[in-house]
Design a protein around this ligand. Sequence first.
Ligand code: UTP
Length: 323
Amino acid sequence: MITSHPPATSASPRPVRKAVVPAAGLGTRFLPATKATPKEMLPVVDKPAIQYVVEEAAAAGLDDVLMVTGRHKRAIEDHFDHALELEQALAAKGDTVRLDAVRDPARLADIHHIRQGDPLGLGHAVLCARAHVGDQPFAVLLGDDLIDPRESLLSRMLDVRERYAGSVVALMEVDPAQIHLYGCAAVEAAGEDGVVRVTDLVEKPSREEAPSRYAVIGRYVLDPAVFGVLERTRPGRGGEIQLTDALRELAAAGTVHAVVFDGARYDTGDKSDYLRSVVRMACARPDLGPGFRSWLREFVAALEDGPEAGAARADGRERRRAA
Ligand code: UTP
């Protein structure tokens, strides 16, 4: 087995400052909710999913965020802008807590927007960012992929980029029955715990075709070399220009590493995962968590009598407590 080590003498790669957040997909898995509302704007407790994503970028030190949006995505642009009337009304009432909540999204980073005319695929969405990103490494965070804020995945990926150069993806081990939903990576050891070298990538393989159980999740730190490859990447699986196909070429050249992640991650564009993300985030909230957790315990305990009975019993106890 070949192991790769950080290059000893090459010029140190430039630090990453820019993040690209693709959010121009159609969100068909979440219809009809996503008919007029972008899936990235669906609330996870009281913030849209995409705000967690931008907060994650800012927490990792990325102060320039480019959103790639499409038609019907005005709500995303408005959310990360000022809302003067609302701010004035809250200021007049002296409601500083809500005023801060309204102002926070616009203060997270220097936020830019670009339109992807047609949703031709994730690879195409990333290519739309080329003029803004320029000749620098950059991060890509999918706007509907939520990583628990207590995790430090992106920082670890930035650290790997600094030490190995090239591009860095994030991998999670999944049940082989689920691998057809993801890009899948063939890997070999890189000589350190939790980091591997990617030797091949396949977009949404069947269980039989999959080279491993490692699924690519929605965080990337990319070398600008990816743009040149994307320019000539033809539509692949699903007729879309796939980022995985471009990364496959870079992986063949030995320049893609991966951080293996085993923390909490949710695809909020998938209904079941979305529900899990809401429950998880609500339980972790200091203001809502204690009450929500005790309701949830009662609800789950009563589920054996059927979901309706479970809800009725848990809600009845809650009302009695409140009375
Ligand atoms: P998905 O494959 O999850 O998005 O893309 P989708 O096509 O909207 O999903 P469904 O299957 O129809 O429900 C992952 C991310 O890439 C963005 C999406 O907005 C999402 O954040 N994306 C995808 C683009 O920005 N442009 C595209 O052309 C495709």
